[in-house]
Design a protein around this ligand. Structure first.
Ligand SMILES: [Fe+2]
Length: 256
């Protein structure tokens, strides 16, 4: 099973040559599914959602998305009353998809909130859904949300999603394998409590790079009890392999 975690596309602040390179590189990876971690747009405008949708629809592979804080409109009335309306109309009616496909079981949760400027939250109902929607057996159980549940070494002072502790406990209880996050615009991975793997991917195709990093995304390869996380980074006009880390599944969960 091969997946690609692609996040923080930020159409409206995209670098066109990186968008073209991303489309090409994703198609060449022949992944089973592209998982999109939110912030598809810069300002939640229709033309920005449409440009993101055009990229996703032309990769030639199924994709699944969750929204990020930039996918809520900026102006107060539409943020409060419209919320994710444009996201639902132009990207996906379901902001919290459940996907069962082959050995994959994925739950996507929506962490942006109109009343939080850029932070995110998982409430008690969403934490409960982790415990129920990710309970069935699967070869790979994945939880995806926009805001991070762990801190990267590059940006150690960034805020975590509110409710991160409860979400991690619920995910570990049902033996979730992978938690995919974005928002920080850096690539990192971590061994999380309960034997889970945390993945942060960088901004896939915007010029909003941070901490000296370039645009990047992560390829997830599962073969038996081995899982390889490959970070592909934009460098010299193409996406190239930056790092590959192999994780192994044991009775205690995943270890690098
Ligand atoms: Fe974000």
């Amino acid at each position: 099973m091969r997946l690609a975690h692609v996040t923080d596309l930020h159409f409206g602040a995209e670098a066109p040559e990186v968008v073209a390179g991303l489309r090409q590189d994703l198609a060449a990876r022949e992944v089973d599914r592209v998982l999109v971690g939110g912030d598809l747009t810069m300002r939640a405008r229709d033309e920005q959602f449409s440009a993101a949708r055009d990229l996703l629809d032309t990769i030639g592979t199924p994709w699944t998305s969750v929204p990020g804080n930039h996918d809520l409109p900026l102006d107060r009335p539409s943020r409060a009353y419209g919320g994710l309306d444009s996201y639902r109309r132009l990207i996906d009616e379901r902001a919290e998809p459940v996907v069962r496909d082959g050995g994959l079981l994925l739950l996507g949760l929506s962490s942006p909130r109109p009343y939080l400027w850029k932070g995110g939250r998982l409430d008690a109902g969403q934490v409960r859904r982790i415990g129920t929607d990710l309970a069935p057996e699967a070869r790979l159980k994945v939880l995806m949300l926009h805001h991070p549940v762990f801190r990267s070494p590059q940006r150690p002072h960034e805020a975590l999603v509110h409710g991160a502790g409860a979400a991690l406990r619920a995910a570990a209880t049902v033996r979730t394998d992978l938690i995919l996050c974005g928002h920080d615009h850096v690539a990192a991975q971590a061994a999380l409590p309960g034997g889970m793997i945390g993945v942060l991917s960088g901004t896939a195709c915007s010029w909003r790079v941070r901490a000296g990093e370039s645009q990047s995304y992560t390829v997830v390869d599962l073969a038996g009890d081995r899982l390889t996380l490959t970070v592909r980074e934009w460098h010299d006009g193409a996406f190239r392999e930056r790092s590959a880390v192999e994780w192994r599944r044991s009775a205690h969960g995943w270890q690098a």
